[in-house]
Design a protein around this ligand. Structure first.
Ligand code: FE2
Ligand code: FE2
Length: 271
C-alpha cells in the first residue's frame, strides 16, 4: 500500500502536469482579457521583480532536481522548474505589453531582453554554490522564497490598480500554492536524517540569505508609502519582522540555532 506522503506527492504531480498541459497562449489570453495593458508603475516594478524571482527559482529547481534522493520529489521539482519558466514568460508578456520599462536592474532596463539583478540575486548565487544537504535549498525555495512570494502577491494586489496584473498574480499564485504544499509534504520526513550541526548551519545559512536579499529591498523599487531613510528603516524593520515569522516556521521543522529536533533529538547523531 502506498504511504500517505507518496499519495499526496503523486496528486501534486498530477495536478501540475494537468496545469502545464493547458496551452500558454490560452492562459495568456485569459489574463489579457481581464483588462487593458497596465500603466500602473508599481505593478510593472513588482512584475519585474517577480520575473527575476521566477527565473531564479527555475534555475535553482533544475540544479536541485537531480540531487534529491526521492524519485517522486525529483519529478515534482523538475515539473516545478517548467512551471517557473512558464510564469516568467507570463510576466515577460505582461511587461512587454504594458508599453513601458521595468525598473528591475535600474531605470531604462528592458525586461523583454533579459532579467537583470533583482531582490533574489544574492540568494541565487549562494544557493547554486551550496554543497551541503539539498534539503537546505528546499527550505530556502519552497518554504521561505515561495512562501514570502505568495504573501507578497496578496500585499501587491492591495496596492496596485491594474486588473491584468491582478489576474496574472492570481493565476500564478495557484501554482505557487502547490509548490509550497510540496515543501510541506516532503520536508518533515526528508529533514529527519540531518545532524544537529547541519541543522544549525542551515539555520545560519538561511538567515544570511534572507538578510542579504532584504538589504536590497529599498534599492530594487520605490516603495509607494516611503522613500529615502524612512524607506530603509521601514525595509529593515519589515525584514526583521518577517524573519521572525520564518524562523518560527523553521523551528517547527527542527531547524534552529540550538538545532535540537523537537521529536527526534534523542536519536540525533552527535555533531
Ligand atoms: Fe513561479
Ligand atoms: Fe513556484
Amino acid at each position: 500500500m502506498t504511504d500517505p506522503r507518496t499519495q499526496v506527492l503523486t496528486l501534486l504531480l498530477d495536478k501540475g502536469q494537468e496545469t502545464l498541459a493547458f496551452p500558454l497562449e490560452s492562459l495568456w489570453q485569459d489574463i489579457a482579457d481581464r483588462g487593458p495593458a497596465g500603466e500602473d508603475r508599481l505593478a510593472r516594478t513588482l512584475a519585474g521583480q517577480f520575473l527575476a524571482g521566477e527565473e531564479t527559482t527555475a534555475v535553482v529547481c533544475e540544479a536541485l532536481a537531480t540531487r534529491l534522493p526521492h524519485a517522486l520529489a525529483r519529478d515534482c521539482l523538475a515539473l516545478q522548474a517548467e512551471e517557473e519558466h512558464r510564469h516568467a514568460e507570463l510576466y515577460r508578456r505582461y511587461l512587454a505589453k504594458s508599453g513601458s520599462k521595468s525598473t528591475v536592474g535600474g531605470v531604462g532596463y528592458d525586461p523583454a531582453s533579459e532579467v537583470g539583478p533583482g531582490l533574489l540575486s544574492p540568494a541565487r548565487d549562494a544557493i547554486l554554490a551550496w554543497r551541503g544537504p539539498p534539503e537546505a535549498v528546499l527550505l530556502a525555495v519552497q518554504v521561505i522564497i515561495e512562501g514570502e512570494a505568495l504573501a507578497f502577491q496578496e500585499t501587491a494586489r492591495r496596492f496596485t490598480h491594474c486588473h491584468r496584473f491582478d489576474a496574472l498574480s492570481h493565476t500564478i499564485a495557484r501554482d505557487e500554492a502547490r509548490h509550497v504544499a510540496f515543501g510541506r509534504v516532503y520536508l518533515p520526513n526528508a529533514l529527519q536524517h540531518l545532524t544537529r550541526r547541519e541543522r544549525a548551519e542551515i539555520h545560519s545559512w538561511l538567515r544570511g540569505l534572507w538578510f542579504a536579499c532584504m538589504e536590497r529591498l529599498p534599492q530594487v523599487g520605490a516603495l509607494p508609502w516611503a522613500s529615502g531613510p524612512l524607506a530603509r528603516h521601514w525595509a529593515r524593520a519589515w525584514a526583521a519582522r518577517r524573519w521572525s515569522h520564518w524562523e518560527a516556521q523553521l523551528a517547527l521543522l527542527g531547524i534552529s540555532p540550538s538545532a535540537t529536533h523537537p521529536t527526534h533529538a534523542a536519536n540525533d547523531p552527535a555533531p
